[in-house]
Ligand binder design. Structure first.
Ligand code: PGA
Length: 254
């Protein structure tokens, strides 16, 4: 039985002060919910302070990106080694990084390898753009992105994948539960071919893209969907709590 993972991707939101306020608003409520792994991914600058605030709770911490070198003259970059002291997870290959920061499949692959080497758990993001979905290329795109990201990776460890159709991110236009379930089943099959049945049955594959309290239950009720990567709704304490709570309720009822 895969334990669901709900990760909040705060993106470039919250100053340090605002991050403290947000965590203070939700950490007790989150702590009360069992059976779901709860992960907060604030901006780099707030990782240390959030780590202190959630100390001793079951809430986990993640970063939103990392570089692929351990250290060196790479001004402005943050290495997986630095993150490993602060957090457990790192989001890699988010479509915003691919789109605005020109991250290629090769770069994503290097980051996945570097994160795993440092002992971090990557949340690898894949997903098609609107034009690709409309021209029937969804499966080709997620296959190519998944295979490129995992090329030469021997052991996935606890790596999770987030299927995030680009057209659903931040648009309020979420995929349907059935659409997400189908593509996530397809991704699981890619992992199965690459890594075998034991790994593919264990790996958590999340849905991301306009997840809200209003549609979370629809996603969480799907057999292939193991949680969510939540953007906009993760920086509103009541909304994030509601999504986590609904996930726990649905899993408990299974
Ligand atoms: P959204 O973002 O929930 O605001 O659509 C999801 C994501 O980009 O991870």
């Amino acid at each position: 039985m895969r334990i669901p993972l709900i990760a909040g991707n705060w993106k470039m939101h919250t100053t340090v002060g605002e991050a403290v306020k947000l965590v203070t608003e939700m950490h007790r409520g989150l702590e009360e919910i069992d059976g779901v792994e709860k992960t907060l991914c604030p901006p780099f600058v707030s990782l240390a302070v959030v780590k202190e605030l959630i100390k001793g709770t079951s809430i986990k911490l993640g970063a939103q990106n990392c570089y692929y070198e351990e250290k060196g003259a790479f001004t402005g970059e943050i290495s997986p080694l630095m993150l490993a002291e602060l957090c457990e997870y790192v989001i890699i290959g988010h479509s915003e990084r691919r789109q605005y920061f020109h991250e290629t499949g090769e770069i994503v692959n290097k980051k996945v390898k570097a994160a795993l080497k440092a002992g971090l758990t990557p949340i690898l993001c894949v997903g098609e753009r609107l034009a690709e979905r409309e021209s029937g290329e969804t499966e080709d795109v997620v296959k190519e992105q998944t295979e490129a990201a995992l090329a030469g990776v021997e052991t996935l460890g606890s790596l999770a994948i987030a299927y995030e159709p680009v057209w659903a991110i931040g648009t309020g236009r979420a995929a349907t539960g059935a659409q997400a379930n189908e593509t996530i089943g397809f991704i699981r099959n890619i992992v199965d071919i690459k890594c075998g049945n034991a790994v593919s049955q264990n790996i958590r594959i999340l849905y991301g893209g306009s997840v809200t309290p209003a549609n979370a239950a629809e996603f969480m009720a799907q057999s292939e969907i193991d949680g969510a990567l939540v953007g906009g709704a993760s920086i509103k304490a009541d909304q994030f709590l509601s999504i986590v709570r609904q996930t726990a309720d649905i899993r408990r009822a299974r």
